[in-house]
Design a binder for this molecule. Structure first.
Ligand code: SAH
Length: 217
C-alpha cells in the first residue's frame, strides 16, 4: 500500500500538468511532493488527485491541480522569496509555494476556513507558511515588499495597495474579470513601471472585501 499516495501524484503531474505544458522543475517537484489528499475533506479523499476543483466547505473550493501549477509557474517563486497569497482556502496552494522554497504569508477572510488551512498545513508538516485571518484586498504592509503576490479568488481589478507592496522585480498573479469568469493576469514590477500580461481563462470563487466584490452582490 502506498499510504503517502506518491504514485497518484506522479500520475497527476505527468498527465494533467506536464502534458499541458508546465515546465518549471521546482513547480513540478512541489506538485509531486505536497500531499494534496491532506488538503481535501475526508469525504473527497478518493478524488484528491483528479483533474477538477473540490468543495472545502463554506462555499469555497480547492483549485484544480493544473491551475495551481500554472499560477505557481507564472509567479515563479525562487528560494527564500517572500510571497503573499490572498485566499488561503485549504492551504494547498500555500503548501506548494512553500515546497518551492518560498516564505509564505497566506490571508483568508473566513475564520473557519483560516482554521482549516492552519490545520491542513500542520497535518501535512508544512513549515514556512503563516496564515492570517484578514481582508486581503487591503494588503499586508507589515511584511511588504513581496517578491510574489498571488490572488486565488476572482477579482474585478487588482487592488492598488497590492501593486504598491510588490518588490522591484516582483510578480503578481491574479484571476481578473467578472464574478463568473476571469483571465489569469500577471503583473511584473520594474521600478515604477508595471508590465501586464494576460493568460488563459479561469473560474474562481469571488474575492470579497473592501477592494474586491461586495458580499451582497
Ligand atoms: N488557494 C486556495 C483556494 C482559494 S479559494 C487553495 O489552495 O485551496 C478562495 C479563497 O479566498 C476562499 O477561501 C475565500 O474565503 C478567500 N477570500 C475571498 N475574499 C478574500 C479576501 N478579501 N481576503 C482573504 N481571503 C479571501
Amino acid at each position: 500500500m502506498d499510504n503517502n499516495r506518491s504514485a497518484e501524484r506522479e500520475e497527476m503531474v505527468k498527465r494533467q500538468i506536464e502534458a499541458r505544458g508546465v515546465k518549471n522543475p521546482s513547480v513540478l517537484q512541489a506538485m509531486k511532493t505536497v500531499p494534496r489528499h491532506l488538503f481535501v475533506p475526508a469525504s473527497y479523499s478518493r478524488e484528491a488527485y483528479q483533474d477538477y476543483p473540490l468543495p472545502i466547505g463554506n462555499s469555497q473550493t480547492i483549485s484544480q491541480p493544473y491551475i495551481v501549477a500554472v499560477m505557481t509557474e507564472l509567479l515563479s517563486p525562487e528560494k527564500e522569496d517572500r510571497v503573499l497569497e490572498i485566499g488561503a482556502g485549504s492551504g494547498y496552494q500555500a503548501a506548494v509555494l512553500a515546497a518551492c522554497g518560498a516564505m509564505v504569508i497566506s490571508i483568508e477572510r473566513i475564520p473557519e476556513v483560516a482554521d482549516l488551512a492552519i490545520e491542513n498545513l500542520a497535518r501535512a508538516g508544512t513549515s514556512n507558511v503563516q496564515v492570517l485571518c484578514l481582508d486581503g484586498t487591503m494588503g499586508y504592509p507589515e511584511k511588504a515588499p513581496y517578491d510574489g503576490i498571488l490572488i486565488t479568488a476572482g477579482t474585478p481589478g487588482i487592488p492598488e495597495i497590492l501593486l504598491e507592496e510588490l518588490a522591484d522585480g516582483g510578480r503578481l498573479v491574479a484571476p481578473v474579470g467578472d464574478r463568473n469568469i476571469q483571465a489569469l493576469v500577471r503583473v511584473t514590477r520594474n521600478g515604477d513601471e508595471y508590465h501586464t500580461e494576460r493568460h488563459g481563462a479561469v473560474r474562481f470563487v469571488p474575492l470579497i472585501g473592501m477592494y474586491g466584490w461586495n458580499n451582497e452582490e
